[in-house]
Design a protein around this ligand. Structure first.
Ligand SMILES: [Zn+2]
Length: 245
């Protein structure tokens, strides 16, 4: 009996060693793969150089947007992810303008912050407009989703490129981009999208959205989508991207 026990223990150890080896190879492979993917995006970052990008953190001021069940206000998540995204874009050589730098909303003659956000994009002759929001519905809905104007084929392409990177990199949504009638999209001639980075009404997703590490991953996925979109268009994409009036 004792011998059998020893043999099976040895066999168990062998199996465990084999599993550990497979695990180590997998970790090395996935680490290598993500490093390769980061490099692939960095290699394409020429595409964002000199592009003028307006990043629009939704809400702010007296309007904090939706609030998660744990009390996380949407406007703070939007700002954190937008600031990260702005950093990535700047590192890639883009000229980046944020519609708000802090908790205050942009003020101007119109007295309407949405009008001022779009006005900024016109003033700086933006090539792209990326608005960042959190979705809210019930505790079960989850996943980031892109929105674009139905009259903008380029907005749709940009939305698809960003959605694809979010799906692939974060692996927690199978949503597809949708067209929507929204002021900040409808009033612009350039490719413009709203990135709903997730459902703040879902307790699990609220925790993720408030986590600086996840915010960085989300920002990088959005950045990667923008890079792929612009790289697909080729150099000098900005002007050609404008939608037909
Ligand atoms: Zn919102």
């Amino acid at each position: 009996m004792a011998r059998v026990v020893i043999v099976s223990r040895r066999r168990g150890l062998k199996v465990m060693a084999a599993l550990l080896a497979v695990g180590a190879v997998f970790l090395a492979w996935s680490g290598y793969r993500s490093l390769e993917e980061e490099r692939a995006i960095q290699a394409l970052s020429w595409a964002v150089a000199n592009q003028v990008v307006v990043v629009d953190p939704g809400h702010g001021g007296i309007d904090s947007g939706a609030t998660g069940p744990g009390g996380t206000p949407e406007d703070r998540v939007n700002l954190a992810i937008s600031q990260r995204l702005a950093e990535f874009l700047s590192q890639g050589g883009a000229h980046v303008f944020l519609t708000r730098q802090d908790e205050n909303v942009p003020e101007g003659e119109s007295g309407d912050d949405l009008v001022e956000r779009v006005k900024l994009a016109r003033k700086v002759k933006a090539d792209l407009f990326i608005s960042v929001h959190c979705n809210a519905f019930d505790a079960r809905e989850k996943g980031a989703q892109l929105f674009y104007d139905p009259r903008s084929p380029e907005g749709k392409k940009l939305a698809e490129a960003i959605q694809a990177e979010i799906r692939r990199r974060l692996a927690n949504t199978d949503r597809v981009p949708l067209s929507i009638d929204a002021f900040v999209l409808r009033t612009q001639e350039i490719p413009a999208v709203i990135v709903e980075v997730g459902f703040i009404s879902n307790p699990r997703e609220e925790k993720l959205l408030a986590d600086p590490h996840y915010q960085r991953q989300m920002a990088f996925a959005i950045y990667a989508g923008i890079v792929n979109y612009l790289a697909g268009k080729g150099p000098g994409a900005g002007q050609a991207n404008r939608k037909a009036p």
